[in-house]
Write a protein that binds this ligand. Structure first.
Ligand SMILES: Cc1cc2nc3c(=O)[nH]c(=O)nc-3n(C[C@H](O)[C@H](O)[C@H](O)COP(=O)(O)O)c2cc1C
Length: 174
């Protein structure tokens, strides 16, 4: 990866992870990238819950699937090797924006290391439902936090090509 722009342009959402494990050094760099994201008023009130345990991921997916009214065994995290929950204080008006900055840092750091990633979005609307909050507590997510997004991470055998961008989304005022 030569430049920051090359990293940004080549990042793609990956939805099929293989069994290769992310090593500790790489994961540490990804977490460092996350915590160095900007945050409104520099509050840094986020929390990163880094899940490497497959059984716990499967348990979470099962509980979410039920709550979302989905077919048994249809909801999963694409066989992610690591799942990072990005949560923030419920009353922080910048919670989503701060979390999104941290998520993008995670994705770009992962891409720079040859690791695939995708945003998983289904948790934030159901965080305070009882069975969901129970498992969030078990995983160590602070009670006064909402999970704004999860980053599923892992290696892939099917890295998607860069995508075309829509025309007409930019204009310059000179
Ligand atoms: C806020 C947000 C929520 C997303 N939620 C999901 C999701 O729940 N599941 C998923 O597979 N991809 C999800 N994505 C990934 C988008 O579908 C993806 O970024 C988009 O299709 C563009 O593809 P690219 O990331 O490969 O450029 C989400 C992305 C964002 C920014």
């Amino acid at each position: 990866m030569n430049t920051i722009l090359e990293n940004i342009v080549t990042r793609r959402s990956v939805r099929a992870f293989n069994e290769q494990t992310i090593n500790k050094e790489d994961l540490d760099q990804i977490i460092t990238a996350a915590v160095y994201a900007p945050s409104g008023m520099n509050r840094q009130s986020w929390h990163f819950t880094v899940i490497q345990n497959k059984e716990k991921m499967e348990k979470l997916a099962g509980i979410m699937e039920k709550r979302l009214g989905m077919e048994p065994n249809s909801y999963h995290f694409y066989n992610a090797n690591v799942l990072i929950m990005v949560s923030n204080e419920k009353d922080n008006q910048n919670g989503l924006a701060d979390s999104a900055c941290a998520m993008e840092n995670i994705f770009l750091m992962a891409n720079g290391l040859g690791i695939g990633s995708v945003w998983i979005n289904q948790l934030h609307g159901i965080c305070d439902d009882e069975p969901i909050r129970e498992i969030l507590q078990e995983l160590g997510v602070p009670d006064h936090h909402v999970v704004w997004g999860m980053a599923a991470l892992g290696f892939t055998d099917r890295k998607p090509e860069p995508r075309e961008r829509k025309e007409g989304t930019v204009h310059y005022v000179l």
